[in-house]
Write a protein that binds this ligand. Sequence first.
Ligand code: PEP
Ligand code: MG
Length: 590
Amino acid sequence: MDRKIQGIPASPGIVVGYVHLLRWELPDVPQRIIPDDQVPAELERLDAAVARAKERLRHVRERVEASAGPEEAAIFDVQMSVLEDRELTRGVHALVRQNIAAEKAFDLVMLEWRTRFSRHSSPMLRERVGDLTDVHIRVLSLLLGLPDHDPVELPPGAKAVLVTHDLTPSITVQLDRHSIVAIATDAGTRTSHVAILARSLGLPAVVGLRTATTELAGGERVVLDGSTGMLAINPTDEEIERYHERQREEEIAEAALTELAALEAITLDGVRVTLRANVDLPDEAEAAARSGAEGVGLMRTEFLVVGRANMPDEEEQYRAYRRVMEAFAGKPVVIRTFDVGGDKLPMGGFPSEPNPFLGWRAIRMCLDQPELFKTQLRALLRAAVHGDLRIMLPLIVTLDEVLAARKLLDEAGSELRAAGVEHRIDVPLGVMIETPAAAVASDTLTHDVDFFSIGTNDLVQYTLAVDRGNANLAPRFTPLHPAVLRLIKRTVEVAELGDIDVAVCGEMASQPLMAFALIGLGVRQLSVAPRSVPLVKRIIRSVTVAHAKLAASAALRALTAEQARHELARRLDDTAQNSPYLYDGLPSEG
Ligand code: PEP
Ligand code: MG
């Protein structure tokens, strides 16, 4: 093998495939002056590149329309209309006539357009900046003769491992599930949006590889191991055989875990734990229901928005929520309102912010845009007719936000009643506890909410001031830090006193050692990625609460996350030795 690159395991599974490098970024454009007699030929070269770009866009559009529907495909109409714009063409032609090479002329005009659009007072036009950037990259790549990285042209069965810096919405919507078998990115961590999306799509993924797009040229044979975070470049046939062997072992282990689906999540000393699934896309609802989850503990509705030119309307949202409810046939389904904006999922159409981590995101954005929010709330109240739906608000830091959201929820109910549309209003309303403020002051919320769900991905990020998506900081992202454990403990105690449910739905719950700690801290509801349901169930069925409590107390006394991990691992190992379910040891923590 040439070499291995180590990244962060983001979505499990081992695949052997071929690198499809997608450098979807603006290339450097050299200054080049052309002599007068070459101007006509240069203009022709420019027009040919634009025509070719349009042709490709037509392809992409057709394919996305067939796979994802006309609404998603609309992004590409917008991009085509940019290339057909007369003012743009005139501007570029004028520069070429002043002896500037086609690529530089196009670059200059597009830069000016992007600046103009990004400063425009109309959100609709600001929203177009992402489209302009896509067009800019596409045409420059053609003019500069750069390798053609367009994901659209992959032949079916290409076994492509998509290697890219980061996964943007416009790439996500184009992902061809028939030819792409895995994802590898330079950026990202276990809790970043690309990792979460890859897990939902069931595609093995490694993120945080940092240098993959510079080290790879495209076309190399690679092995990607989503469970260990490893990307092996040009492996030998023997090495591939070894990975196949591991792949078979993983499949056997997974099949053994699947047998747990029908069993109860109950500890050895008879305490029941409610184990639910995190669902990010309606498409995965049916598979999540088969995992043995007792409902959905978190549906991240913002994934309905990814890669879209417009927000989904009420009817489309209603159908998506209803589908998830029906897949879970009457079991509780917790649907979280949009967590978009800021660092979470940048949305076109809103000004960029100097400090997006602390920015206009989630409930903040929804409350400031009541029509957008109420559309979602109406869709939720309508879907509630089909089962046990519960609504959850993200990033709550103050009671005022809960009260304002409740008021809009009431209004949404009244609007449906006035229109004579079938709906329910007796829907429980809960909040995510995912900031230190919410955890410390959780007692201020208990009176007005029906449940808490601890979002450890953000809680760790905000408590430790560690960006959850920054690959360079991944080792510092430690859910077992004393501050985080204390905040979780506090939240659980407050919920008990207030007599409301408390769950954990962040990634922490999906990791065996941490799930053990959470049970010891008094958590009785966990929501995890569907693939982790059997694994976490196995842990639950292998431990006693008494033992977990002792382990959690020791972890709480530890001075560092590392010490806490050690305390927990030691006690879980003791348990594992005596447990029929932990026969093959514990997987690494990722
Ligand atoms: C969390 O923050 O832990 C969480 C579950 O929400 P998300 O990962 O979608 O921010
Ligand atoms: Mg969160």
